[in-house]
Design a protein around this ligand. Structure first.
Ligand SMILES: Nc1ncnc2c1ncn2[C@@H]1O[C@H](COP(=O)(O)OP(=O)(O)OP(=O)(O)O)[C@@H](O)[C@H]1O
Length: 306
């Protein structure tokens, strides 16, 4: 059954006079791969640091695995986190690093270490010292450290930072395996929105310290579903004609572009309607909005609403 793993209620945080988070409400449930999406400085890392107690609480309440931030007893031992640059023992090899972490968790299972190394695709570097790893490989070691003890909840801040394309592909499968094989709940931030879209099941859009919207993957898919981009001589007139024909979900982008969403009407029909009404149709193209475009649009709407 779905249960809250992490809840933020009315969380605000200031750094001096700067309001980094404002009244943030979030619920991450068991099995979610919950993506935090936001521009540089939106507050993603601040949320993660507050959750793990790396930063003192501001206002509001954070509940992690049933315990309140500031009063954690067992919650932190049940999570794995990579926040900012992952740290490792520089003079120890990849497998020695993982051995140390295993011992810290009271585990002495070499098979688990080997399995974790393969999960993050570090087999060929198992005997390499951490100080000789590239940024992307360090990132993989950080991931391995975070997931080694099979925590209930994993927090990953920019886990794909520095990964090469192969690393990103492997990361995608790691995200899916964490969920399907270990039922791990994940909170993740990344700048690579196409990657987040591939792995996440829920999306929170954060802008200047505030949550604009939280969507499930199917809600996001619904909102970004394909539409027709219509280039015409007179967009306002075209919109009137389409509206009269009961094609309601439309948006005038500028003087010459109208976008019609959730369309079941074929493009030929749209063309016929417009041409009959004397609007010159230059082109009709089918488009799907990406997560990136959706996020940009959301921020623009937010700016326009102010
Ligand atoms: N210790 C601090 N002192 C002062 N300001 C801070 C501190 N930590 C974060 N900030 C500010 O708070 C804001 C949010 O920062 P945060 O690191 O959470 O953003 P982010 O969404 O993770 O961005 P990025 O994508 O760049 O990592 C930024 O403007 C940052 O400069």
């Amino acid at each position: 059954m779905e249960q809250p793993v992490l809840q933020l209620q009315g969380v605000s945080k200031r750094f001096g006079r700067f309001q980094a988070l404002k009244d943030v409400d979030l619920t991450v449930n068991t099995g979610d791969i919950f993506a935090l999406i936001g521009e540089n400085g939106a507050g993603k890392t601040t949320i993660m640091r507050l959750v793990v107690g790396l930063s003192p609480m501001g206002q509001g309440q954070i509940t992690l695995l049933g315990e309140h931030a500031g009063h954690y007893r067992h919650a932190l031992s049940r999570i794995g986190a990579v926040i900012e640059t992952p740290t490792a023992f520089e003079n120890l090899t990849v497998s020695q690093n993982l051995k140390v972490i295993a011992i810290q968790h009271g585990l002495s299972d070499d098979e688990l270490i080997a399995k974790t190394i393969s999960l993050v695709g570090l087999e060929e570097k198992a005997k390499t010292k951490a100080k000789h790893l590239s940024l992307g490989l360090r990132q993989r070691l950080g991931l391995a450290i975070a997931v080694l003890a099979q925590p209930d909840f994993v927090i990953l801040d920019e886990p794909t930072n520095g990964l090469d394309p192969m690393g990103i592909v492997q990361f995608r499968s790691l995200g899916k395996r964490l969920q399907s094989e270990f039922n791990t709940t994940v909170l993740i931030s990344s700048h690579i929105l196409t990657e987040l879209y591939q792995v996440a099941t829920k999306f929170a859009f954060l802008h200047r310290g505030q949550i604009l919207q939280v969507l499930t993957k199917s809600e996001l898919d619904e909102k970004t579903r394909g539409g027709l981009e219509i280039t015409v001589s007179d967009a306002a007139h075209a919109a009137e004609i389409l509206d009269e024909a009961n094609l309601k979900q439309l948006q005038v982008r500028d003087d010459s572009h109208v976008v019609l969403q959730n369309l079941t009407t074929p493009p030929e029909k749209v063309n016929e309607l417009l041409v009959k009404a004397g609007v010159s149709v230059i082109s009709i193209t089918r488009r799907e909005a990406t997560l990136e475009q959706y996020y940009t649009q959301l921020i623009q709407e937010q700016g326009a609403a102010k």
